[in-house]
Design a protein around this ligand. Structure first.
Ligand code: CAA
Length: 712
């Protein structure tokens, strides 16, 4: 017998056990109507004497993935009311008959909070549970900071609520968050379990106080957690807020603790940090939507892959696909290079095992999937090939001409180029529609970002396939147009150039880097140069110098450093000097050299404030971003933000360069850019789009250009 409560929550029965199913695809978020539906179902369980217990379960591919994040956006933009989940959770907890929650897929945020209010928690072995609210700049807001420490203790609760990373069901079972894992049919197992506990008195989580600890035990835990949060999540407020709310659980009765949680939640939700992180969440999902490529575009099956080039990038890319279970042929031209590549892969995997990320068995399986080779002989069977050879056009063209000869028709031919023209590469084949750029970021097995470069003739099927494949292997793919440096590096080049100008005008390299890391960047621009090798940008500068406008100011310090053999970390010195463990320290030699060179060139020296450093660095990104956006090399401002958040260490709580500029106000940004233009020359010429939006009170976020990504 099935009774429909609403479209969102269904009420069915298995004899004496009620089954309450949440049905709000795609992720069963707690949108309006869902909490009400749950409340009505609980009321029926209470009032129907023939029902002895109930199972609460999610329909579709997951349990509840949290509150509906759209509601938060509506609230803070004044378009919606408050979401109230606490009363619903109290109704579940106060139900007179046992409520057994059965979790599959994910129980996240408000979803896990619903589970905490149930009397028993069961899960499928591959389920994941977590409080990821901090990734949105908020804290659990439906009693999670109050119930969680009562279930798993203060320390573990702080870990879940500050790190925000979901844990596996096995770990949740171990720490007491789950009561049992159900192998096989989850619903049948949960119904049987509910029948076992039916008639037993219910245990209310909010009344369990024995895991809350004493002030003596908790004091050092809170102090250590705050210290760690300040270091790890520099400038961020939500992790500290989550700790405050959990501390309230240990000091206040449950109801008062919930009031405190609500107060803290509100402070976070209305902060600029949370608005930026919520923007980042939606922007990351928006990138998958490509206006001229419908969702149902047929994808090409990719069950095998070949990679040309076993260097750092090729090896990292091989790991990405092997980790997802896709067999990889890894080719290099000589045995020594191949051996080196394999050894690096092995070393990287060994580190992952040491850190507990992978088991040895998993790694052994992955290594078996990577087959080294010196020839193209097996390439004919590969569904996709990624070229990751040296970054110069003649070499790339040669490889693609060869791939055109050896690969089957229909195979995708991708280049991991970071700057070169994908159409020119495609022209060396007879099948440009199968050619695309897949620009991975180093280390490829770690960095989430993938820029997919659309050539003039890349087919929609090829693009759709690569977007889907990227998701499968855990990457965030952003489709970009084919221009020099694409989106990320095209913006990054002026950013590192400006950092050099600042040094030339009198700022110490450490002052430039620390102004930006204090502001929130993961690393300073000069330290990033040292990490990747100063010779990389040097080569690019030399290759494209002829394209610079005549008379344009050119930086010189890095060129001098490279010519002295100071290439960065790999040579033990660059902007900084490095010890054997690659720990950086200031190098007085660089300071002296820069002083001397600046004097020789007659560049006036002055004190430069951290504020000016940040404005020049971030606005130079924004100004270039505006050109990219207007020219259509990125589809949306949010795409540029997603690139910078996932590939360039831009702080999540600032939402990406374009979002940040919108929050500062484009008029203010434009005025500052004009000021720099006047003082520092033509490379600061304001982007026309920035000017227009500043003059009309517009925002990058609202700018719509056209349906397709531009190509060169
Ligand atoms: N609210 C609204 N929409 C959501 C959502 C949520 N909580 N979670 C996911 N969605 C939407 C996505 O925007 C996406 O929409 P489109 O298809 O229109 O782009 C769709 O659901 C599918 O999402 P994904 O593409 O991310 O799907 P996935 O299968 O790769 O991942 C997931 C699924 C792991 C659940 C992932 O979506 C996720 O992590 N969601 C967010 C979970 C979260 O942060 N929950 C906490 C919310 S805050 C809260 O709950 C506060 C509280 O205390 C009450």
């Amino acid at each position: 017998m099935e009774t429909q409560m609403s479209d969102l929550v269904q009420f069915t029965r298995d004899n004496d056990i009620a089954v309450i199913t949440i049905n709000n695809p795609p992720v069963n978020a707690l949108s309006p109507g869902v909490p009400q539906g749950i409340e009505e179902a609980i009321e029926r369980v209470n009032n129907d004497p023939s029902i002895r217990a109930a199972v609460l379960i999610g329909g579709g591919k997951t349990f509840i993935a949290g509150a509906d994040i759209n509601m938060f956006v509506q609230m803070t933009s004044g378009k919606g009311g408050r979401i109230r989940l606490l009363p619903t959770l109290l109704k579940i907890e106060d139900c007179k008959k046992p409520i057994v929650v059965a979790i599959h897929g994910n129980a996240l945020g408000g979803g896990l909070e619903v589970a905490q209010a149930c009397h028993y928690r069961l899960a499928a072995p591959d389920a994941r549970v977590g409080q990821p609210e901090v990734t949105l700049g908020i804290i659990p807001g439906a009693g999670g900071t109050q119930r969680l420490p009562r279930l798993i203790g203060v320390e573990k609760a702080m870990e879940l609520c500050t790190v925000g990373k979901p844990i596996k069901a096995s770990e949740a079972l171990q720490c007491g968050l789950l009561d049992k894992l159900i192998e096989g049919d989850l619903l049948a197992g949960a119904v049987a379990f509910a029948r076992e506990v039916a008639g037993k008195p219910v245990r209310k989580t909010r009344e369990l106080n024995d895991k809350l600890g004493t002030p003596e035990q908790n004091g050092p835990l809170f102090a250590a957690a705050r210290d760690a949060a300040r270091k790890k999540y520099r400038n961020m407020i939500c992790q500290l807020a989550a700790i405050d709310a959990i501390e309230a659980a240990t000091k206040l009765p449950f109801e008062k603790g919930c009031e405190e949680e609500a107060r803290i939640f509100d402070t976070c939700l209305w902060s600029d940090q949370s608005k930026a992180q919520i923007h980042a969440f939606f922007a990351e999902r928006e990138v998958a939507k490509i206006p001229d490529i419908p969702k149902d575009t047929p994808a090409i099956p990719v069950n095998s892959l070949a990679i040309v080039g076993a260097g750092t990038m090729g090896g990292g890319i091989a790991m990405v696909f092997a980790n997802a279970g896709i067999p990889v042929i890894l080719k290099d031209a000589d045995q020594a290079a191949l051996d080196r590549g394999r050894a690096t892969i092995q070393k990287n995997y060994a580190t992952s095992v040491k850190r507990g990320r992978f088991t040895q068995e998993f790694v052994d399986e992955r290594m078996k999937l990577i087959k080294p080779t010196l020839t193209y002989s097996d390439f004919a069977n590969a569904d996709m090939v990624i070229e990751a050879v040296f970054e110069t056009m003649p070499v790339k063209k040669e490889v693609f001409a060869e791939l055109d000869r050896v690969c089957k028709r229909g195979a995708i031919l991708a280049s991991n180029t970071s700057t070169l023209n994908i159409d020119e590469i495609a022209a060396s084949t007879s099948r440009a529609e199968f050619v695309i750029g897949t620009h991975f970021f180093s280390p490829a097995n770690v960095m989430r970002l993938l820029e997919l470069v659309r050539g003039r003739r890349s087919s929609k099927e090829v693009i759709a396939t690569c977007m889907q494949l990227a998701k499968k292997v855990g990457k965030v793919a952003v489709l970009v147009g084919n221009c020099r440096g694409f989106v990320g590096n095209r913006m990054f080049l002026p950013y590192i150039r400006e950092a050099q100008f600042l040094v030339e005008e009198g700022a110490a390299p450490e002052a430039v880097d620390s102004a930006l890391t204090d502001w929130g960047m993961a690393m300073g621009p000069l330290a990033v140069g040292d990490l990747g090798g100063l010779d990389v940008a040097y080569r690019i500068r030399k290759e494209y110098r002829h394209l610079e406008k005549p008379g344009a100011r050119q930086p010189y310090v890095e060129d001098h450093l490279v010519e002295m053999g100071r290439l960065g970390q790999k040579t033990g010195s660059g902007w900084y000097k490095y010890d054997a463990d690659r720990r950086a320290s200031s190098d007085p030699e660089v300071a002296a050299l820069v002083r001397k060179w600046n004097a020789e060139k007659g560049i006036p020296q002055r004190q430069i404030s951290a504020e000016e450093i940040v404005d020049r660095e971030i606005y130079v990104l924004v100004n270039e971003g505006a050109r990219i956006l207007e020219d259509g090399y990125a589809l949306r401002a949010g795409d540029i933000d997603t690139i910078y958040l996932n590939g360039y260490g831009f702080p999540s709580y600032r939402g990406g360069p374009m979002w940040y500029a919108d929050t500062v106000g484009l008029k203010k940004v434009y005025d500052r850019v004009c000021e720099f233009h006047q003082k520092h020359g033509q490379h600061w010429e304001p982007a026309p789009l920035l000017k227009r939006l500043a003059e009309t009170g517009g925002k990058f976020a609202d700018f719509q250009r056209g349906p397709a990504t531009a190509t060169a």
